[in-house]
Design a protein around this ligand. Structure first.
Ligand code: N0T
Length: 531
């Protein structure tokens, strides 16, 4: 966008999260944005690494790139700021037609202060680490010290002030303050300073949010008191930083979580206690109103657990944004489960050619073979990212990804039941094939899924890959049979549907069969009556 000649601020609206009726949109340039993300590796936050970033994210057709900005790199000496990497990054993102999400690696990066400047992490006197239950010094910085908070906040505000100056067109669309906060190995800080707060009353904002009577932490929260206290303390610390940053430039801000078991109870001494895990989301919401949402970093390939994590974070009061997920083949398909829940973004981690691989979390190496399923998905969504984001905000949507056992799944939109099945040829039914007919190559691969939006009562947008999708009336009247009235293949251009051809005959007789091609359908359904 051009700045007006008189130098007045251009009327580019700052990105924001908008929620309505339990649905969410990340507004960018005034319209919903679907973040088809790629996150770079941790140490790719220097100009020398960027030539190894753009070829990969361009090949993926990602439209959003998450890049760390380290406190140690912008404030190597106290009070002396260096934004040269930020400037290089923004300039190159623009040249590559990408939007950015900046990851503020500061007091806590995977809970540790490794990315804090040397003058912070070597000075425990001024910036104390927390104390474990048995009185040992933890590796992690304590959230209870004003000096640490003020120092982090000052650097963060300097970063936001710089962004306000150099980025009126909002190439940077969102900020993640800190990274995977909480503490491993100690449920909270047990230092005297912390203990005094812990023995005091639960803050009113929290007890009201949780519908509790006044009292001490132990009295109000019982066995959860230590974890709730730590979550409240870290969230309040981040709130102050985020709020100060938003006062300069009100970009959306989210906090990402190192996860706990999404189904079974897990003891907080065995995960990053105090981070925004599902059991303390309300604590975080009460403490940190400047944080727009809480995000899962999902590093399990197991479909049952993956879906359970998504269910925990996709809420009417919390937009689903998968801030990180593994970059291995088995993770790619989950984009369909994310978007089917109205998710606003999906971010595979480690997407660059610097040679690092975080296996067993993600891929051993970022090869073309590993990228391929991610490319196949983004190739479908990238050309209609804006249209999809608007649909997901305004209309009912549903999606599914292939489960580990490959079983067919069912969904429902309005009066229509949707069935999706996997591992089939496009023609006929597997049971009819002559004995010895091989299965398709992809049949045993963890790839495939579908995505459906309900455009009208009987009209749907349908896409996906490596899946067969069919529709039927959920409750047909006696003698009523479902039929496909018309199936159009086409694409969106400038917000308009462009018709290409009608699918019929073999292309529809056995369901809508999606292969590895980027095919998008508009489907009109109906029924006829017989006896
Ligand atoms: C992630 C990434 C990066 C199987 C790991 C995941 C990123 C951070 N941490 O490559 O470090 O900056 O947010 C931790 C997952 C641990 C789960 C292990 C269970």
């Amino acid at each position: 966008t051009m700045l007006p000649a008189n130098g007045a601020a251009a009327a580019d609206p700052v990105p924001q999260i908008v929620s309505r009726g339990g649905k969410h949109a990340l507004m960018v340039d005034g319209a919903p944005w679907l973040a088809l993300c790629a996150q770079v590796n941790n140490s790719s936050n220097y100009p020398s690494a960027l030539p190894k970033v753009w070829p990969v994210v361009n090949k993926l057709q990602a439209n959003t790139v998450q890049v760390p900005i380290a406190w140690e790199q912008i404030e190597p000496q106290e009070g002396r700021f260096d934004f040269s990497f930020v400037d290089t990054l923004i300039e190159q993102a623009r040249a590559n037609d990408k939007r950015l999400v900046l990851l503020w690696f500061a007091t806590w990066k995977n809970t540790a202060p490794n990315y804090a400047p040397a003058w912070v992490k070597t000075d425990n006197e001024r910036f104390p680490r927390l104390t474990t239950r048995d009185g040992k010094t933890s590796y992690a910085l304590s959230p209870h010290h004003r000096a640490t908070l003020e120092a982090d906040k000052k650097a963060f505000v300097a970063l936001m002030t710089h962004l306000k100056k150099v980025d009126p067109q909002n190439t940077v669309i969102m900020i993640q303050p800190e990274n995977e906060v909480g503490t491993y190995g100690s449920v909270r800080d047990y230092s005297p300073v912390a203990q005094e707060l812990f023995d005091g009353p639960v803050p009113e904002a929290l007890r009201r949010r949780m519908n509790k009577q006044p009292g001490s932490w132990v009295k109000v929260f019982g066995k959860d008191a230590d974890e709730y206290f730590h979550a409240w303390s870290i969230a309040s610390y981040i709130e102050e930083i985020a709020k100060a940053g938003k006062a300069v430039k009100p970009l959306p801000m989210y906090v990402n979580a190192a996860l706990r078991d999404p189904i079974k109870h897990q003891d907080p001494s065995t995960y990053a206690s105090g981070g925004p895990t599902w059991n303390v989301m309300e604590v975080w919401q009460a403490a940190a109103p400047s944080i727009d949402f809480l995000s899962p970093d999902i590093y399990t390939r197991e479909s049952k657990l993956y879906e359970a994590h998504l269910d925990r974070y996709a809420r009417p009061d919390n937009p689903l944004f998968v801030a990180e997920t593994g970059n291995d083949i088995a993770y790619a398909r989950y984009i369909w489960s994310v978007l089917g829940r109205g998710g606003i973004g999906f971010c595979p981690f480690g997407m660059d050619a610097t040679g690092y691989g975080n296996y067993p979390l993600g891929a051993k190496r970022v090869t073309d073979e590993v990228l391929e399923p991610f490319i196949q998905n983004y190739r479908i969504m990238a050309p209609m990212a804006r249209e999809w984001a608007k649909l997901a905000f305004e209309k009912p949507v549903w999606g599914a990804s292939k489960p580990d056992d490959g079983a067919a799944q069912a969904g429902r939109l309005g009066r229509w039941r949707i069935r999706v099945s996997y591992g089939e040829w496009q023609f006929g039914q597997t049971e009819w094939y002559p004995p010895g007919t091989p299965k398709p190559d992809f049949a045993d691969e963890p790839i495939g899924g579908t995505l459906v939006a309900q455009l009208g009562p009987d009209e749907f947008l349908v896409t996906g890959n490596h899946a067969r999708v069919s529709f039927a009336l959920a409750d047909p009247a006696p003698g009523e049979s479902s039929l496909l009235v018309r199936v159009e293949e086409g694409h969106y251009k400038g917000g308009e549907w462009v018709f290409e051809r009608v699918w019929n005959g073999d292309q529809t007789d056995y369901g809508l069969n999606f292969t590895d091609l980027p095919q998008v359908l508009r489907v009109k359904l109906g029924s006829y009556r017989g006896n």
